[in-house]
Design a protein. Structure first.
Lengths: 422, 419
């Protein structure tokens, strides 16, 4: 398998200060890490905001220190995770333990519109960078605090990882088999992709409010609460009907067949979902089993539900000899929902996701041509743009200090020598 | 359309028409929670997605869908047949006064009705049209049929979820529509902010597959850099380039505990605190007591080391209840969590302290149901008061009255089956 074949044309890079876009007047100073940080920042960076991430080489984000690395060699600028998620952002390294770092951070904040953070809540307060302090630096600042458990409550000081947050939000109750344990969402840090959407929509509303009134504010959300909202119908079912969720594999109460079916090849599967008799008849036609349409075991939803195992076996007896792509193509051609259960290689090659520019190949100084995560949606007049590859740690120290903070070259070099910019 | 309240909500004065079925509920919900006046527009008789369960007291009734309740609170509701010429005209009048139109029909359907972006922007150049579909408005799969399990399969989620010896698994509450609905909320807001610059709205095109794959595609770096295709490992988590597995779902006395040994600078504190807790109860061995967690790298650890650490921890958790685990978690600052049941969620003291659940009246049901307050708390602007999802056509008179239709006209439209 030659992964690089599919990367396509490398996106052109532009200078970060030469853009005119939705957020080109916006500066965000981000004490943001893990996945939830960059995924929130992407909604602004990809539409023109100047996003300055404050990092430190003394305690780098674990996404910088985690595998996979380019050529298997560890290095702060070589991690696939960090570099996948951080296109269009700048990095300033600031040793927050240095006595002069806080002052420098405040200088930067005084030039910014937004400060974002997602540490455990005590960290920013310890640095004297809580909201009340930030207001003294810049009264109309908007601060977004997106902590795992929020800034209040008895769990607030716990270090929060996505997998833990998903469990406390109850999500694994909805994944699993009746005879087995509940299961985590495959991508462990599930909450990391949920919370950023709520935070970003709210932040844009707050920016609009600031533009109209001159007033900033503090936005405060807990990652795990946003995940809880993704299973809200399950909570209401308990509140009203006293029913806890059951783990039922892929079964759906009102659709049969509704499962993933084994296909030709190693661990290859195709999902098929049939919601009514018409779709069932079409599927039977595609499978060349038209006799099953009126078969009294399968002719109605309730009959199919009663004989679900037989239905699944029947469908699988057909899918087993075909590739998942063939199953999808044939079933979709009949107007019935079916889709390849895509693995990483499939995602990478998926023509629809490529068409939608989910992936941005960009030339990164240490990674070479590397796939950065691209747009999650399409805007007809202001598309998300690939501008610069993910930043190397501290890559923009000089730019930010001299161009944004107006330090002289001498001042910059002195700060560098003093160990503030680490 | 909405009387301004004394202390302003953040987007007070903004209006949205929400034509979506379950694929797009969350978009309007997010806007409604930002104080946008969101009007759900349903076909006469009600939206088919009112058929989605679970139901109030298990009574299947379009006015009793808990799914509908969950994602349509804080919206008003009208009925309107936008396929009729009167319906189209009324819809256009509404769109003239709105900031957002949100829809989830098949690609091209709004254009067929003469209500696509070109038509709507002709009436109101600031209008933002947000479309949510399974695969998006363009591309080779745009006309594919989607359902949650199909879309989640095509986003990479299913392949990674499940036990290694069984088939891939979906999450039983549909998730792709929520990722897409939330993305649509952000996209709508980006378009709204852009409009301040240009005076023009735009078409926001959201794909459930793309929204779900956006983050779930994080397996792509593994594939690109190491030619490794990560697969599902059930209650375990893979580390060390997929060669080593460690448990992350641990049975406890009355349920399950979620925990994984991260070690290193980020995870050492939790691991040490856990061992201390075990030791206090006489259940840690010498090996664990003297283990240097800072030097443990879960990405490089060998399987036998992981197993040697896991054994006593597994034994320990089996002797603890969820409540004991939670109490110790808080008291000792350990990043582990019991798996919360739905009952646990409703009774959780932390959520109670955070004012998370609000009882909302459903007068027709003679009951109150708990809903989350607004997920993002704003220090300066006021959160809207949570009110229950609309009944079918509940605000017809109010909304059409605001539009200037007379009572007689409203009755006539009702008789004609248009509203």
């Amino acid at each position: 398998m030659d992964a690089m074949d599919l990367t396509g044309p490398v996106q052109k890079t532009r200078r970060l200060d030469q853009v005119s876009d939705v957020f080109s007047d916006l500066k965000i100073v981000a004490f943001s890490w893990a996945m939830v940080g960059p995924l929130t920042l992407k909604f602004f960076a990809d539409y023109g905001a100047r996003v300055i991430r404050i990092e430190t080489i003394h305690r780098p984000c674990h996404t910088r220190t985690a595998s996979p690395f380019k050529d298997g060699k560890a290095g702060l600028n070589r991690s696939g995770y960090f570099n996948h998620f951080s296109a269009n952002m700048m990095s300033v390294s600031l040793n927050m333990g240095h006595p002069r770092a806080i002052g420098l951070a405040k200088e930067l904040i005084s030039q910014a519109d937004v400060v974002m953070e997602n540490f455990t809540p005590g960290v920013m307060d310890k640095w004297g960078l809580g909201y009340e302090e930030l207001k003294k630096v810049k009264p109309e600042i908007i601060m977004v605090r997106q902590n795992g458990f929020g800034t209040e409550g008895s769990y607030k000081n716990l270090a929060a990882f996505g997998m833990i947050l998903a469990a406390i939000a109850g999500i694994p109750n909805f994944i699993g088999w009746p005879d087995r344990d509940p299961l985590p969402v495959g991508v462990g840090a599930y909450t990391d992709c949920i919370s950023p959407r709520f935070a970003s929509a709210a932040l844009i509303a707050a920016l609009d409010y600031r533009d109209r009134t001159g007033k900033g504010q503090l936005l405060d959300l807990a990652q795990y609460e946003t995940a809880l909202s993704f299973i809200l119908p399950g909570v209401l079912d308990y509140a009203v009907n006293g029913r806890e969720p059951a783990r039922n594999g892929n079964a759906c109460a009102y659709a049969v067949p509704h499962n993933v079916y084994s296909c030709k090849g190693d661990d290859r599967w195709c999902a098929i979902a049939i919601f009514n008799d018409e779709q069932w008849a079409k599927l039977c036609g595609v499978m060349g089993k038209t006799g099953c349409i009126a078969d009294s075991r399968f002719d109605t939803l309730l009959h199919r539900k009663e004989n679900e195992k037989e239905v699944d076996a029947l469908v699988e007896s057909w899918t087993r000899d075909l590739s998942p792509e063939e199953v999808m193509a044939r079933v979709q051609a009949a107007g019935v929902p079916a889709g390849v259960v895509e693995n990483a290689a499939d995602l990478y090659a998926d023509p629809q996701l490529r068409h939608r520019r989910l992936f941005w190949p960009m030339d990164h100084p240490e990674m070479g041509v590397f796939t950065h995560l691209g747009a999650s949606l399409d805007m007809s007049k202001t598309p998300a743009l690939a501008r610069t590859p993910s930043p190397m740690i501290g890559e923009h120290n000089e730019y930010v200090l001299t161009k944004i903070l107006g330090k002289t070259d001498e001042e910059f070099l002195e700060l560098l020598a003093a160990g503030v910019l680490e | 359309m909405k009387t301004p309240v004394q202390s302003a909500g953040v987007l007070d004065g903004c209006r949205a028409l929400d034509l979506t079925d379950e694929k797009g509920f969350l978009c309007g919900k997010i806007l409604a929670d930002l104080s946008v006046d969101v009007i759900k527009v349903e076909p006469p008789g009600g939206d088919p997605s009112r058929r989605m369960g679970p139901f109030w007291h298990d009574i299947p009734d379009p006015e009793k869908s808990l799914y509908w309740f969950a994602y349509n609170s804080n919206k008003r509701g009208i009925t309107l047949d936008i396929k009729t010429s009167d319906g189209k005209e009324i819809f256009k009048k509404l769109a003239e006064r709105c900031d957002f139109v949100i829809e989830s029909f098949k690609p091209g359907y709004m254009d067929e009705l003469g209500l696509g972006y070109a038509a709507l922007s002709g009436i109101n150049k600031g209008i933002i049209l947000t479309s949510i579909t399974a695969f998006g408005q363009t591309g080779p799969y745009r006309d594919f049929e989607g359902s949650d399990i199909v879309v989640m399969g095509m986003s990479g989620s299913l392949y990674l979820t499940g036990d290694s010896d069984r088939r891939p698994l979906n999450i039983s509450i549909p998730q792709a529509c929520l990722h897409a609905g939330a993305d649509a909320g952000v996209g709508s807001m980006i378009a709204y902010y852009n409009r301040k610059r240009t005076g023009e709205g735009q078409h926001v095109d959201v794909s459930m597959q793309q929204s779900a794959a956006w983050f779930l595609a994080s397996t792509v770096p593994w594939y690109e850099l190491s030619a490794l295709i990560l697969s599902r490992v059930g209650t375990f988590k893979t580390t060390s380039y997929g060669k080593v597995v460690q448990r992350q779902v641990w049975p406890c006395k009355d349920g399950y505990v979620f925990f994984f040994m991260l070690g290193g600078p980020q995870g050492a504190k939790t691991c040490r605190a856990l061992v201390k807790w075990m030791d206090d109860l006489g259940m840690a061995n010498d090996f664990l007591r003297t283990f240097i967690w800072e030097e443990f790298d879960m990405f490089l650890a060998e399987q036998d080391l992981v197993d040697r650490i896991s054994g006593p921890i597994e034994e320990f958790f089996r002797t603890r209840t969820k409540k004991e685990v939670l109490d110790a978690t808080v008291a000792r600052s350990i990043s582990i969590s019991p798996l919360f049941s739905m009952e646990d969620e409703l009774n959780d003291q932390n959520l109670a302290a955070r004012g998370f659940w609000t009882q909302v009246d459903h007068p027709e049901l003679n009951a109150a149901i708990p809903y989350p307050r607004q997920l993002v708390r704003f220090s300066e602007t006021q959160a809207p008061t949570t009110f229950r999802a609309p009944l079918i056509g509940e605000h017809n008179r109010e909304v059409y009255g605001e539009l200037g239709l007379s009572v007689r006209e409203i009755v006539a439209l009702k008789e004609a089956g248009i509203i």
